[in-house]
Design a protein around this ligand. Structure first.
Ligand code: QV4
Ligand code: CA
Length: 450
């Protein structure tokens, strides 16, 4: 009995750190703002043949429709209900995408926006992705339903009701992140509505979740919700498989809230990774690739099996969230390919490749005044489809970094060397480095000017 119990316990506790990808598939791609119909096609025609393990999708639940500025990408981080309709598609298209991607072994990870509903200034009416009525002022969301009782206002002690001080832990959890109506996650009713939504996605076939704004939820409340989640759908996953969980916790140090406080729930996003790698590849502050010899925990990152890593994400590629000016993006193509290549070659963390759209960046006083611009869209506000050019690149202003030759090939490299140790490091004391992965792979970088 003892052994059985031990095995069961081990099985239960490590499962939520396990991405559930098929053997030999070691990365996921974030197809930011893509339509479900286009993701289904990409799974079949490109992601499966290229060995991608899965795709992170934009929040699939109904969001506030914002007219000013006109349809910003971030309207999808302002929920109105848990109905499955957004600019990416409706529930039928969502189900079709999950089924078709799962059928080719490319699994789906949903962005779960469950810390809050829309902004307090969201107004009242039916300006929502499915047309559901709501009243932000009254904290009334009948399509869930949520009422004022389900929000944190009484618990928040800040003057404005918004988070004002990130050194004040209760404030970070119980007050509004930029005025977004903060859900009372200690209430069983609220927990059950969120679990119901996530279980609905699990039944459809979703393999895991990005937990948005996890820093703003008490780890225990998140755990209580995760404990209500079902096992994955056995149509595609083995019995007892748990949803993969990675929590967005921005921890660059200096705050009382740290990523490690969330390890009990699943993995965490390691934002230090992209910020530091960008500095090294840009050779800022005297950084050089030779210093990457002890990359990973040696640089103060969370343990590798608790880390979800990336070079850039949808926030910091446009100056939102964290990482600052060092973050490399598709706008810095040559250095970006080197950074993504290094990430995919190195064994640390579970890797996520960003796939973006081009927007009309326009800097005034050092800030991009167009950082809000949403996905390529038609005159009626609908998102443009992803067209594929003869040279396999994407059209309609979709960047498709995941289709860039160097990035696609390094996704395959990571699959081939999976499980092999970091070995045979060499450097020239500057920016020429090389290392192996056991006896299966070897890579050389030259970021010196000679
Ligand atoms: C503004 C003011 C408020 C004011 C309010 C009302 O900032 O002080 O009270 O108006 O007048 C948008 C606007 C923002 C606006 C807010 C509410 O940009 O100016 O507040 O709406 O109306 C994305 C964007 C945000 C956007 C939000 C909601 O980044 O700009 O806010 O969506 O639409 C922290 C968190 C971290 C978070 C990161 C951005 O710890 O969790 O900030 N990252 C995640 C997502 C991110 C998303 C959210 C969280 C919120 O990755 O994309 O924010 O779901 O670091
Ligand atoms: Ca909160």
């Amino acid at each position: 009995m003892g052994v059985y119990f031990l095995l069961f316990t081990v099985g239960l506790c490590w499962a939520q750190y396990n991405p559930n990808t098929q053997p030999g598939r070691t990365s996921i791609v974030h197809l930011f703002e893509w339509r479900w119909a286009d993701i289904a096609l990409e799974c079949e025609r490109y992601l499966a043949p290229s060995g991608f393990g899965g795709v992170q999708i934009s929040p699939p639940n109904e969001n506030l429709v914002i007219a000013d500025p006109s349809r910003p990408w971030w309207e999808r981080y302002q929920p109105v209900s848990y109905k499955l309709c957004t600019r990416s598609g409706n529930e039928t298209e969502f189900r079709d995408m999950v089924t078709r991607c799962n059928n080719v072994g490319v699994y789906v990870y949903a962005d779960a926006v469950v810390n809050h509903m829309c902004g307090g200034n969201g107004g009242a009416g039916n300006h929502s992705a499915c047309g559901s009525y709501f009243n932000a002022e009254k904290e009334d969301f009948p399509a869930v339903p949520y009422s004022a009782w389900d929000f944190n206002d009484a618990k928040c002690k800040s003057r404005s009701g918004d988070i004002e001080d990130y050194q004040d832990v209760p404030q970070v959890r119980n007050c509004r992140l930029v005025n977004l109506l903060d859900l009372a996650l200690e209430k069983n009713y609220v927990r059950s509505k969120i679990a119901e939504y996530m279980n609905y996605l699990i039944d459809i076939g979703v393999a895991g979740f990005r937990i948005d704004a996890a820093k703003h939820m008490w780890p225990g409340d998140v755990k209580a919700i995760l404990d209500e989640l079902k096992d994955l759908n056995t149509k595609w996953f083995s019995a007892g498989a748990k949803p993969f969980i990675y929590q967005e916790v921005i921890d660059l140090g200096g705050e009382p809230i740290t990523g490690s406080q969330y390890f009990g729930n699943g993995r965490v996003t390691e934002f230090k990774y992209g910020a530091k790698l960008g500095t090294v590849i840009r050779k800022w502050n005297g950084e050089k690739m030779a210093y990457l010899k002890n990359w990973g925990e040696g640089w103060g990152f969370v343990p590798s099996d608790r880390a979800l890593v990336f070079v850039d994400n949808h926030d910091n590629q446009r100056g939102h969230g964290a990482g600052g000016a060092s973050i490399l993006t598709f706008w810095d193509a040559r250095l970006y390919k080197m950074a993504v290549g290094f990430m995919l070659a190195h064994p640390y963390g579970f890797t996520r490749v960003m796939s973006s759209y081009r927007w009309p960046r326009y800097f005034e006083n050092g800030a991009d005044v167009n950082d809000w611009v949403g996905p390529p869209s038609n005159s009626d506000g609908s998102t443009k489809s992803v067209t594929i050019n003869a040279d396999t690149t994407c059209g309609n202003d979709w960047v498709c970094e995941h289709r860039w030759r160097q990035i696609r090939n390094m996704v395959v490299f990571r699959n081939v060397v999976d499980g092999q140790p970091f070995s045979n490091w060499w450097d020239n004391g500057s920016n020429q480095v090389a290392f192996g992965r056991g006896n299966r792979g070897f890579i050389v970088f030259n970021n010196d000017d000679w």
